[in-house]
Design a protein around this ligand. Structure first.
Ligand code: HEM
Length: 440
C-alpha cells in the first residue's frame, strides 16, 4: 500500500471505531478527504482490498446511522454506497454518476429547482475551472476554447441575460475536436470579448465560491468529494462531471414538464408557457455542454468504458422521467424499459404531449399558435441535444456497441429525430436530417 492508501485505510478504521461507539446523536465526521485522495490517485478499481473491506464495513455502519436530509449522516451513507459499488460487485449508473446523491441534495431544504440550478452552476464552474487550471495558457486548444465559451455562457446565465441563439453546427459535429470544423465551431474567441482563459478561470473560481456561500455547507462537500473516478484517466473527471450536470438539468427539465402537465390540466396557459420555456432553456444548456464532452480523448474513453461496463446512461432515471412525462408510453422502448423499469419510473396517465394536443383544441387561435410555437422550440432543443450526443458518441466510440448493450450509434440514430412534444416530423427551424456518416 502506498502512503495515500495507508492514510485512507487508517482514517476509515479510526472512523469505524468511533462510529461503533456511537448509538445516538451525530455520527463522527467521515474522512472524505483521505479516501477521495486515494481514489483520485489510483482510481476506485485499483484500491487495495484492505481499503475496500474497510470501506464496505463503513458503508454498512453509515447506513445504520443515516439520518434524513439535511442531516450530515445521509450524505456519508450515500457516498459510501457509491464508493463501494464496484468492490461489492454491484456497479450501476447511479453509483457511478452519484445522481441519487445529487438529487437528494436538491430535495433538501428549500426549493428543488432553485437548489438544482445552484448546484448545476457550481458543478459547471468546477468542471470548467478543473480543465482551465491545467491548460490556461493554450487558447488554441479545443478544450480550452470550449471551456472559455461555456464560462461565458455561465456568466450570461448568472447575470440573467439570455444566451445567444444556438447558431452554427451542433457540438459533436467536429466542433472543438481539432478537425476542419474548428473554424466554424461557434467557439470563436472574438465572440467572447474580454474573456481570456485566465479570466474564465477566475470567473469559475469566483462562481464556485459565491454559490458555496449562498448554499448549505453540504454543497462544499458535494463539490469536493465527487466525482469518484474508477480509472486514472485524466478525462474521466470531465466525463463524470458532464454527466452529473446533464442529469441535474434533466431532473430540472422533468420538474418543469411535470408542472407544465398540471398547468395544461387546469388550462393555466400563462403558467404553462413559463414552464415550457423553462424546459426549453434547460435543454439548451444541456446541449451546449457537449462542446466540452466532444473533446474527450477516445483512447482514454476506451479505458473508462472497460472499467465501467454495465453503468451506461440508458439507466438514467432523470432522462427516463423526462421522456415518459412528455411522451407517455410511447417513450417505452425495449432498451429503456429494461434499463429503467416502468414501475420505478412510471408514465403519467396523460402525457404532456397529449395534454398539449387536447389543450390546443380548447383555446383560441392566437393562444394555440403561441403554445404550438413554444412546444416546437422545446423540440428544437431536444433534437439538438440528440444530434450533439450522437455526433459525440460517433466521434468517441465509432461503431462499437454501447455499454448498455445496444448497437451504439445505430441505436442513437434510430431515435435521433423523435420529438418530445410535437407529433409531426421535425419542428420548424431544426437542422436537416443527417446522412449516415455525415455531420450530425
Ligand atoms: C463520451 C461521450 C458519450 C458516448 C460515447 C456516449 C454513448 C452512448 C451510447 C452508445 C448510447 C446507447 C446506449 C448504450 O448502449 O449504451 C448512449 C445512450 C445514452 N446516453 Fe450517452 N454517450 C456519451 C455521453 C453522454 C452524456 C454526457 C450524457 C448525459 C447524461 C449521455 C446520456 C445518454 C442517455 C440519456 C442515453 C440513452 C438514450 C436513449 O435511450 O435514447 N451520454 N450513449
Amino acid at each position: 500500500m502506498d502512503a495515500l492508501n495507508q492514510r485512507a485505510h487508517h482514517a476509515v478504521q479510526t472512523w469505524l471505531r468511533a462510529a461503533q461507539r456511537c448509538s445516538l446523536g451525530l455520527p463522527p465526521a467521515f474522512p472524505f478527504r483521505e479516501v477521495t485522495a486515494a481514489i483520485r490517485r489510483h482510481g476506485s478499481a485499483a484500491l487495495p482490498s484492505a481499503v475496500n473491506n474497510a470501506l464496505i464495513e463503513a458503508a454498512a455502519r453509515a447506513e445504520e446511522l443515516a439520518g434524513r436530509p439535511p442531516a450530515r449522516s445521509w450524505f456519508a451513507a450515500r457516498w459510501l454506497w457509491s464508493a463501494t459499488a464496484g468492490a461489492r460487485g454491484s456497479p450501476s449508473y447511479d453509483a457511478y454518476v452519484m445522481c441519487g446523491l445529487l438529487n437528494q441534495y436538491c430535495q433538501g431544504a428549500g426549493d428543488f429547482r432553485a437548489n438544482a440550478r445552484a448546484l448545476g452552476t457550481a458543478l459547471t464552474a468546477d468542471l470548467l475551472g478543473h480543465e482551465l487550471a491545467q491548460h490556461c495558457a493554450e487558447f488554441t486548444r479545443p478544450r480550452t476554447r470550449a471551456a472559455v465559451h461555456l464560462a461565458a455562457d455561465l456568466r450570461r446565465a448568472v447575470r440573467g441575460t439570455a444566451s445567444p441563439p444556438a447558431a452554427g453546427p451542433d457540438p459533436g459535429s467536429g466542433a472543438g475536436t481539432g478537425t476542419d470544423a474548428d473554424t466554424a465551431d461557434g467557439i470563436d474567441p472574438a465572440k467572447e470579448p474580454g474573456l481570456e482563459p485566465a479570466d474564465a478561470l477566475r470567473l469559475c473560481e469566483r462562481l464556485v465560491s459565491v454559490v458555496q456561500r449562498s448554499q448549505s455547507p453540504q454543497l462544499r462537500t458535494v463539490l469536493a468529494y465527487t466525482p469518484l473516478v474508477v480509472t486514472t484517466e485524466h478525462d474521466e473527471y470531465l466525463f463524470i462531471r458532464s454527466i452529473q450536470i446533464m442529469e441535474l438539468l434533466s431532473s430540472l427539465a422533468a420538474s418543469h414538464a411535470q408542472e407544465a402537465l398540471e398547468c395544461a390540466d387546469r388550462d393555466a396557459v400563462p403558467e404553462l408557457l413559463v414552464h415550457l420555456e423553462g424546459l426549453r432553456s434547460t435543454l439548451d444548456h444541456s446541449a451546449r455542454l457537449f462542446h466540452i464532452v466532444a473533446t474527450v480523448d477516445p483512447v482514454q474513453f476506451a479505458g473508462i468504458r472497460d472499467a465501467t461496463y454495465g453503468t451506461g446512461a440508458l439507466q438514467s432515471p432523470a432522462f427516463a422521467a423526462l421522456e415518459r412525462l412528455c411522451r407517455g408510453a410511447e417513450a417505452l422502448r425495449p432498451e429503456t424499459s429494461a434499463a429503467v423499469p416502468a414501475d420505478r419510473q412510471p408514465c403519467p396517465a396523460t402525457s404532456l404531449s397529449s395534454a398539449l394536443e387536447e389543450l390546443l383544441g380548447r383555446v383560441d387561435e392566437e393562444t394555440a399558435a403561441r403554445l404550438a410555437g413554444t412546444a416546437a422550440a422545446v423540440d428544437q432543443q431536444w433534437l439538438r441535444w440528440k444530434r450533439a450526443h450522437h455526433g459525440v458518441a460517433r466521434r468517441i466510440i465509432g461503431d462499437v456497441p454501447g455499454t448498455g448493450g445496444t448497437l451504439g450509434i445505430t441505436y442513437l440514430a434510430e431515435y435521433m429525430h423523435t420529438p418530445l412534444l410535437t407529433r409531426h416530423a421535425e419542428p420548424a427551424g431544426s437542422a436537416p436530417r443527417a446522412e449516415p456518416g455525415g455531420p450530425s
